[in-house]
Write a protein that binds this ligand. Sequence first.
Ligand code: G3H
Length: 252
Amino acid sequence: MRKNIVAGNWKMNNNLSESKALVKGIKKAIKGKELKNTRVIVSPTYVNLRAVVKKAKKSAVEVAAQNMHQADSGAFTGEISADMLKSIGIKTVILGHSERREYFCETDEILTKKVDQALKNKLEIIFCFGEKLEERKNDKHFEIVESQLKNALFHLDAKAWKNIILAYEPVWAIGTGETASPEQAQEMHAFIRKIISEKYDAKVAENVSILYGGSVKPANAKEIFSKEDVDGGLIGGASLKADDFVALIDAI
Ligand SMILES: O=C[C@H](O)COP(=O)(O)O
């Protein structure tokens, strides 16, 4: 059975003490809570990963990296490898976030390499994708999403999908305050499950968690998360305050 997931992407926010305080707050707030079928993940910036992993120890909070490089090692100044992440206790990595695609020129081709590299290193992937506003306006959103998934993930065999979490994030809804309606999210998530089922089988499609991301906050989370094919959220802004983030966990 697939899991619900509430994942906080802290992006380029929180210095060391802020990161430690935030994870401590989340850890304290969820202690003793019955999380049932829900995973809680936070994703600090690289330099704070180790400290957050340490603070999150002996709690239900898992820690993910926001990115990694596709090569094993070598002359790639400023980059981080899968092996480095693993060596500090990281088991999950976010790949393909629209900010990486937009500001750091990450193409489907590069993302395919990153996906393969992560899986080769036994890292679980939260794979992000989603259409831009123009694409939605021109009714191209299904086509775009399908091509993003096909290009970076459909070369994988069915077994590999055990280590894939999908995060549908319409670019027009990220950090804008504008959320996809629960119906728009459900429509897209059902479409995603359908194309995975067609490519693989119903079991793979049913077992993959599909998160929604884009201006999810305590006020709208319950309605979005209640949709059948929405298995939680990848949260930006609202993951930066422990109270808000925990309210989202409660909304599942
Ligand atoms: O990774 C998270 C998404 O980009 C959503 O960000 P947001 O909740 O601030 O809109």
